[in-house]
Ligand binder design. Structure first.
Ligand code: IMP
Length: 188
């Protein structure tokens, strides 16, 4: 893995490489195929971070799926959650009576996911399942509904495979930890 490319600059170490990511995603997709069977879930991707995971996950699934996206406010250029969540882009699909699969990139404090689940739950879907690629080891993350987790990771700020720091690093094909010097350079 070449960390000297511009997109890899500032990365301290790779936490989960491409091969492990793809192998785990294939396992998760197989579990989802078995879970939904003939039903056609509506995959709700949480923009922007879940895009990479969502596109790989859905291509690894062999059942029919429908997809839609929601965008909620994120951390901006900070690495800490502000605790304030709001909808920036809502779903185009009606969800009443449908089976929803919320696809999240990472559960940190769990605030974003809890907010989304409250909003979606009020629209009376048949059921809601949550799949998150990453979940941090911390008490807060454990208090929110997550049915399937790709990897449980240490409580560190990570980038890559959809996850950003100040808008960058989403196009890394692996999940990595940033060099603390990189965080200090641009932290407001
Ligand atoms: P939460 O509300 O604290 O669970 O954070 C959820 C959102 O914050 C995620 O969907 C990510 O977009 C972002 N986020 C949380 N932790 C990280 C991280 O370590 N790196 C990059 N983004 C993160």
């Amino acid at each position: 893995m070449n960390l000297d490319q511009p997109r890899g600059r500032g990365v301290a170490r790779i936490l989960i490489d491409e091969e492990r990511l793809q192998a785990r995603i294939r396992e998760m997709a197989a579990e989802l195929d078995a879970h939904y069977g003939k039903d056609e879930p509506l995959l709700v991707g949480v923009l922007n971070g879940a895009v990479t995971f969502m596109t790989d996950l859905m291509r690894a699934m062999s059942i029919h799926v429908v997809i839609d996206f929601m965008a909620v406010s994120s951390y901006g250029a900070s690495t800490k959650s502000s605790g304030v969540v709001r909808i920036l882009k809502d779903l185009g699909e009606e969800i009443e009576g449908r089976r929803l699969l919320v696809v999240e990139d990472i559960v940190d404090s769990g605030l974003t996911l809890q907010y989304l689940l409250d909003v979606l739950g009020r629209r009376n879907p048949k059921d809601i399942r949550v799949v998150a690629l990453l979940k941090k080891v911390k008490a807060e993350a454990a208090s929110v509904q997550v049915d399937q987790v790709g990897f449980t990771i240490p409580d560190e700020f990570v980038v890559g495979y959809g996850l950003d720091y100040a808008g960058r690093y989403r196009n890394l094909p692996y999940v990595a930890v940033l060099d603390p010097a990189t965080l200090n350079e641009t932290e407001p």
